[in-house]
Design a protein around this ligand. Structure first.
Ligand SMILES: [Zn+2]
Ligand SMILES: [Zn+2]
Length: 408
C-alpha cells in the first residue's frame, strides 16, 4: 500500500494530496502543474503532536519494488516493501509500524525546524539485507541480485528529549531512556535540513508548450515540438526517443528502453555474439556481427515475471523497426520506470535469455556494462480485449498486469 503526502500548491497555496510514487503535482484549485524533483531522496516527515518541543528527526529508508536474484542455475524474484531504520542512534524504534500508511506525511523542506539524525546506514546494505530475507538465502549462493521498479525515499520520525528520556513526538510517549549524553547527540545530528525540493513548471523548455504526463510519469512529452523530457538536477533534459508507427487510430503505444552497451567480463561485442553465447535457436544474420548489443526492457512498472519475459523476448528478437520521431497524440502509456532502472536490469535479462545457464551464470559476478546510448521506443500494440498484442512480433501482455503496474 502506498503512502499519502500532503503538499501545498506552490502557486496558490491550496492543499494537495499525492501518492508516494507521484512526480507530477496537479493543483485542483488553480490547475497549475509542477514536476517534483529531489536530488537524492524524497524526504518525508511524520506529523508530530509536540509543537513546543525541540524536535529531533530520525531517518528510515523506505523501499518498494522488486528484487531479482540468480541463485544456483535459477532466477527468482519477490516484491519487497520495507521501511528500515537508517540511523544506529541508541533508543530509536526499529520500525515505524503502520504509521506511514495510516498518517499523512509532509515533505521535509529547508523550513522544517528541528535537528536531523544523519542517515548513517548505507541504502545498498539495507537493500542487500532485505534481499537476503526475501530470497531466503545466504549471500554466498547468490550470483547476482538487482532491485528494480522502486520507490526509494527517507521517512523521518520526530522525537524529543525530556527529563533524560527519549519521546516519540507522534504519540507523545516516552520510548527509551536517554543516557547517551548531549555530546553524542550533537555528533549524530545535522542542525538544519538543507534538502530542497524543486518544483519544475511542466512547460516544454524548447517551445513553451504544456508537457504531457501522468501523476507517476518520469518522462514527460511535448505534443507541439515532438520531444521527450526527464528531470535531471532540477531541470528538464531532452531524451532520445523513437516511435514505431501503429496500424490504426486505436493503436496503444507502450514505452520500452533500448539500451546499447559495451560488455565486459563476457565475450559479447555484437548482437551475433549474444545470440551465440546464450545459445538461441536462431540462425545468426550476416549483419548481426556488426550490430551493437542492445537490451530492451519495459519503461513501465509491471510484475517481475512479466518484466523479465518481455525484456527477454524483445532483446532476443531485436526486430528492426521502422521508426519516426513523432510523439503519439493519444493512447500513450505513461513511462513510470526511468532508464537508470532499465540499466539495473540488464544482467538479469542476459541471465534470463541464456538457454544453457552454465554459459552465463558463473560469469555473472564479473560482468559489467557500459551504457553507450539509451533510447525510449514507443511500440504499437492492439487491444484484443484481454491482451495487448504487439503489432509486429508475437508478443502480448495481459491487460490485468498493466493495471497492476499502474498501481505498483
Ligand atoms: Zn494551486
Ligand atoms: Zn515543445
Amino acid at each position: 500500500m502506498g503512502f499519502t503526502i500532503e503538499q501545498t500548491c506552490p502557486q496558490c497555496g491550496g492543499p494537495i494530496e499525492i501518492d508516494e510514487t507521484d512526480h507530477l503535482l496537479r493543483c485542483p484549485y488553480c490547475d497549475v502543474r509542477n514536476y517534483l524533483f529531489a536530488p537524492t531522496y524524497f524526504r518525508y516527515e511524520l506529523p508530530h503532536k509536540a509543537p513546543k518541543k525541540e524536535l529531533i528527526y530520525a531517518p528510515y529508508l523506505r523501499f518498494r519494488g522488486s528484487v531479482y536474484f540468480c541463485k544456483d542455475m535459477d532466477i527468482g524474484h519477490r516484491l519487497v516493501d520495507i521501511t528500515a531504520m537508517g540511523s544506529d542512534f541508541k533508543g530509536i524504534p526499529v520500525s515505524l509500524g503502520i504509521r506511514p500508511q495510516a498518517m499523512k506525511m509532509k515533505f521535509v523542506t529547508p523550513e522544517t525546524t528541528g535537528s536531523f539524525l544523519r542517515f548513517t546506514r548505507k541504502a545498498s546494505d539495507i537493500l542487500a539485507n532485505a534481499g537476503r530475507l526475501f530470497s531466503g538465502s545466504n549471500n554466498g549462493d547468490i550470483l547476482h541480485r538487482a532491485f528494480i521498479g522502486e520507490t526509494m525515499s527517507l521517512i523521518y520520525l520526530p522525537l524529543y528529549i525530556e527529563n533524560n528520556r527519549l519521546y516519540d513526538a507522534v504519540l507523545n510517549k516516552p520510548i527509551a531512556n536517554f543516557s547517551g549524553g548531549v555530546e553524542n547527540l550533537e555528533q549524530a545530528i545535522n542542525r538544519s535540513s538543507k534538502w530542497g525540493l524543486t518544483f519544475i513548471p511542466t512547460l516544454c523548455p524548447d517551445c513553451g508548450w504544456e508537457l504531457e504526463g501522468d501523476a507517476g510519469s518520469v518522462v514527460l512529452t511535448c505534443n507541439n515540438c515532438d520531444s521527450a523530457w526527464e528531470a535531471v538536477k532540477g531541470k528538464f533534459k531532452k531524451i532520445d526517443f523513437n516511435l514505431v508507427p501503429g496500424e490504426d487510430k486505436e493503436t496503444i503505444y507502450l514505452p520500452f528502453w533500448k539500451t546499447t552497451v559495451v560488455t565486459r567480463g563476457v565475450d559479447i561485442s555484437s548482437f551475433a555474439d549474444f545470440i551465440r553465447l546464450t545459445n538461441q535457436p536462431r540462425v545468426v544474420g550476416k549483419d548481426w556481427e556488426e550490430k551493437p548489443m542492445s537490451f530492451w526492457s519495459p519503461a513501465f512498472k509491471i510484475r517481475p515475471k512479466v518484466f523479465l519475459r518481455l525484456s527477454k523476448q524483445f532483446t532476443i528478437s531485436q526486430e528492426h523497426f521502422e521508426t519516426e520521431n513523432l510523439i503519439p497524440k493519444k493512447n500513450l502509456f505513461p513511462v513510470t520506470l526511468p532508464c537508470t532502472e532499465a540499466a539495473q536490469a540488464m544482467k538479469m535479462i542476459l541471465a534470463a535469455s541464456a538457454v544453457f545457464k552454465k554459459n552465463i551464470f558463473p560469469h555473472l559476478p564479473h560482468i559489467r556494462f557500459d551504457v553507450k546510448k539509451a533510447t525510449l521506443v514507443f511500440l504499437p500494440f492492439s487491444d484484443t480485449g484481454h491482451e495487448m498484442k504487439q503489432q509486429h512480433i508475437e508478443i502480448s501482455i495481459n491487460k490485468n498486469t498493466l493495471d497492476f503496474g499502474l498501481k505498483l
